[in-house]
Ligand binder design. Structure first.
Ligand SMILES: Nc1nc2c(ncn2[C@@H]2O[C@H](COP(=O)(O)OP(=O)(O)OP(=O)(O)O)[C@@H](O)[C@H]2O)c(=O)[nH]1
Ligand SMILES: [Mg+2]
Length: 412
C-alpha cells in the first residue's frame, strides 16, 4: 500500500537519450568520455539517461547532426521507449534545431550548451550570476527564436525551462533584444560596483582557486579557509565566486573559489561571465586544482590552461594541486594493470607527473587529498611561500608584530 501511494505522489523523473558522433576530430574513446560527461551533466540537472546513440561521421550532419538512417533508428527506439528529452553532445545550429524539432515532435530537443546554461540557471545565487546566466540564455536563444522558443515556454517544468523560457509572451525577437540590452546595462552597473569593491581589496594578496568542474576546489577552500562552502558531487556546484580572508604564517590574503571550467562551454556563457572571470584575471596567484583520479585529467589541465589563456590569466604564479590522491590508481610499471601497482609504482607515477609539469613552466606541484587531509601541510608550505613573495612585493616593510590584528586569526 505504502509503495503505491508513494509512487503516485512522486513526480516521475525526467528521462533522456543522448546523441554523439565519432568524427575525424573526435575518436571513439573521446566520444564515449564526452557522452559520459554529458550523462553526468544531465544527472546534475535531474534527468536520467535511458540510452546513448553514437554515429560515425566525418563531420556531424549539417541538417540533422546525425544521418538519416541513425535518425530513423532513434525514432523507432523512442516509439517503443518514450522519453522526454533528446540531448545532443555538441552545440546545434539554429537550422539543426529546427529540423530536429520537426523530426522529434513532442520531445524536447536540447544540446550540451543549453543543458549547461540550464544548470547554471538552477545554481546561480547572486543577482549578478542570475543576470549573467539570463543574458547568456537570451543570447543563445536569439538566433534560435523559432518553434524551440515556444516549445520551451509551453513545457510545464523540467529542464530547459528556467529563465527566459518561462516568459511565454516574449516570443518576439525585438522584446528579447530589448531584454538583452537591459541586462547588459544592469550588469555594467553591477560590474562597476564589484570593480570598486575589488579595488578596495587591492592591497591584499589575492589567490584564486581554478580548475575543471568537480575536481574539489570548494572542498579545498573549506580545508584552507575553514568555512562552509557548498561542495557536491555534481557538475557546477559553484557558480558564484566565494571570497574568504585567510591568514597563513601571519600573512593575510584573500582566497576565491570560482566556477569550474568544462570543455565545450557555451561561448555566450563565457562572454556573460566575463566579470566573474575578472576575479581570476585580477588574482595574484592561482591554485589550479586537478582531479588526478579522473582518466582525462591531463586533457582537463589543457582545457583549463586554454581557458585561462583566453581570459588573459595564464602568466600568473601557479600552484598545481593534484587532488583526490586517495582515489588515484597508479599504473603498474610491469605493465598497465592497475591492480598490480605497488607503493613504489605510485611514487614513480607521481614523480613522472611532477617532472612533466615542472617542465611545462609550473614551478609548484603538490599531490593531496582534500577530503582525507593528505599532504595538506605540504600544500600550506608552498602556498605560504607564494603568498609571502607577493605580499612582500606589495609591503616591502611588513612587520607582522606591528600588525597584531592578524595574530589571533586561525591558521591551518
Ligand atoms: N575521494 C575524494 N573526493 C574528493 C576529494 N576532494 C573533493 N572530493 C569530492 O569531489 C566532489 C566535488 O567536490 P567540489 O569541492 O564540489 O568540487 P568543485 O571543484 O568545487 O566543483 P564545481 O564547483 O562543480 O566546479 C565532492 O563530492 C567532494 O566530496 C578528495 O580529495 N578525494
Ligand atoms: Mg565548487
Amino acid at each position: 500500500m505504502l509503495n503505491t501511494s508513494l509512487q503516485s505522489t512522486a513526480k516521475p523523473q525526467e528521462t533522456a537519450i543522448l546523441v554523439g558522433v565519432i568524427s575525424q576530430k573526435q575518436n571513439a574513446d573521446k566520444t564515449k568520455e564526452y557522452l559520459d560527461e554529458l550523462a553526468f551533466l544531465a544527472e546534475t540537472s535531474g534527468v536520467q539517461t535511458k540510452k546513448v546513440f553514437v554515429q560515425r561521421l566525418t563531420t556531424p550532419d549539417q541538417k540533422t547532426f546525425v544521418g538519416k538512417g541513425k535518425l530513423e533508428e532513434i525514432l523507432t527506439w523512442i516509439t517503443i521507449n518514450p522519453v522526454d528529452t533528446i540531448i545532443f553532445d555538441d552545440e546545434l545550429s539554429p537550422s539543426q534545431v529546427r529540423n530536429l524539432e520537426r523530426a522529434f515532435e513532442n520531445i524536447k530537443v536540447l544540446d550540451r550548451s543549453l543543458l549547461i546554461l540550464n544548470i547554471f540557471s538552477q545554481r546561480a545565487q547572486s543577482d549578478q550570476a542570475k543576470r549573467q546566466v539570463e543574458l547568456a540564455q537570451y543570447k543563445y536563444l536569439l538566433p534560435r527564436l523559432t518553434r524551440m522558443w515556444t516549445h520551451l515556454s509551453k513545457q510545464k517544468g523540467g529542464i530547459g525551462m528556467r529563465g527566459p523560457g518561462e516568459k511565454e509572451l516574449e516570443t518576439d525577437k525585438r522584446i528579447v533584444q530589448d531584454r538583452i540590452s537591459l541586462l547588459k546595462e544592469k550588469l555594467l552597473k553591477i560590474d562597476k560596483q564589484s570593480a570598486t569593491r575589488r579595488k578596495e581589496r587591492d592591497r591584499i594578496v589575492r589567490v584564486s582557486l581554478v580548475g575543471y568542474t568537480n575536481v574539489g576546489k570548494s572542498t579545498l577552500m573549506q580545508r584552507i579557509a575553514k568555512t562552509d562552502v557548498f561542495a557536491e558531487n555534481k557538475l557546477f556546484a559553484t557558480i558564484d565566486s566565494t571570497v574568504r580572508k585567510v591568514v597563513l604564517a601571519r600573512i593575510p590574503f584573500l582566497l576565491t573559489d570560482t566556477v569550474g571550467f568544462i570543455r565545450k562551454l557555451p561561448t555566450t556563457l563565457i562572454e556573460s561571465f566575463k566579470s566573474t572571470l575578472d576575479e581570476i584575471r585580477e588574482a595574484d596567484i592561482l591554485i589550479h586544482v586537478v582531479d588526478i583520479s579522473h582518466v582525462s585529467f591531463e586533457e582537463h589541465i589543457e582545457i583549463v590552461n586554454t581557458t585561462l589563456a583566453d581570459i588573459g590569466a595564464n602568466d600568473k604564479p601557479t600552484l598545481l594541486v593534484f587532488n583526490k590522491l586517495d582515489q588515484y590508481e597508479p599504473e603498474s610499471n610491469e605493465g598497465l594493470d592497475k591492480h598490480l601497482a605497488t607503493e613504489e609504482d605510485l611514487k614513480i607515477n607521481l614523480e613522472r607527473f611532477r617532472n612533466s609539469y615542472l617542465q611545462k613552466n609550473t614551478e609548484n606541484v603538490v599531490f593531496i587529498s582534500a577530503t582525507e587531509n593528505q599532504n595538506i601541510a605540504e600544500l600550506r608550505e608552498v602556498l605560504v611561500k607564494l603568498v609571502q613573495e607577493r605580499h612582500f612585493q606589495i609591503y616591502p616593510n611588513w612587520d607582522a608584530s606591528q600588525n597584531p590584528m592578524y595574530d589571533w586569526q586561525g591558521e591551518i
